[in-house]
Ligand binder design. Sequence first.
Ligand code: FE2
Length: 297
Amino acid sequence: MSTQFFPVNMAVTPEVTAFFDPATNTISYVVKDPGSNACAVVDSVMDIDYAAGRITYDSADRIIAFIREQGLSLEWLIETHVHADHLSGAPYIQGKLGGRIGIGDRITVVQETFGKIFNEGTEFQRDGSQFDRLFADGDTYSIGGMSCFVLYTPGHTPACMTHVMGNAAFVGDTLFMPDGGSARADFPGGDAGTLYDSIQKVLSLPDDMRLFMCHDYGPNGRDIQWETTVGEEKAHNIHVGGGKTREEFIAFRTARDATLDMPKLIIPSLQVNMRAGQLPPKDESGRTFLKVPINGL
Ligand SMILES: [Fe+2]
């Protein structure tokens, strides 16, 4: 599809600072409006030692310290999707610095799916109300004076969104670096054909649009990288570049996904991230627990 109806503004260059979390290979970002001190955080991390059931906040604290040192004002905490491989640090950062937590409006579909899988009671709302803003396809918002817009890019999950801020786009798990290809499409609600269509939507942005990844695994022993461009992805992405067809992509993606293990942190991640990064409510003992659904995923 064409992006001619989207308010692309390549003349605006936000300052993007990346924070790499080696435990989960996640890249979080602070994105600063070039014309003011306003900023957004994209895809932050809350640390978990799952074996020990221990939550810590070193990753989020690094981001908080950076925002404070730079004297920035945090307006948005953006989640590109409900991550299945790390826990969101958004509520913790919001508690220290303010800002609004936003995610795609199809979060309700994800909440419905995983509300069932984790047998959540009626106290778990499936209406997205845990978030401050639910973005629909094409919605606009601003960070200071910089206007931003949202592209609905499902396939990896039903609620995935790409956020475009000036000449920078945050693609979540829609794409990986050119030599990393694409993310899996076999989680509940995922779909390889839908992912291909979403990737084409991202690749219809201008060739020099900067693309920022949510994950990188340093394929073939290279150093971790997180930034590329639409032009580079179109030419070189190993899963969709060089004119690969939808049928080729679906066949490859489906075969590959069948070989992948579940992400190590999928069980805690989903239970926390479908609640906008909040832990489940305390039980009658005053303590918090996560569930493990047996043969449920
Ligand atoms: Fe993901």
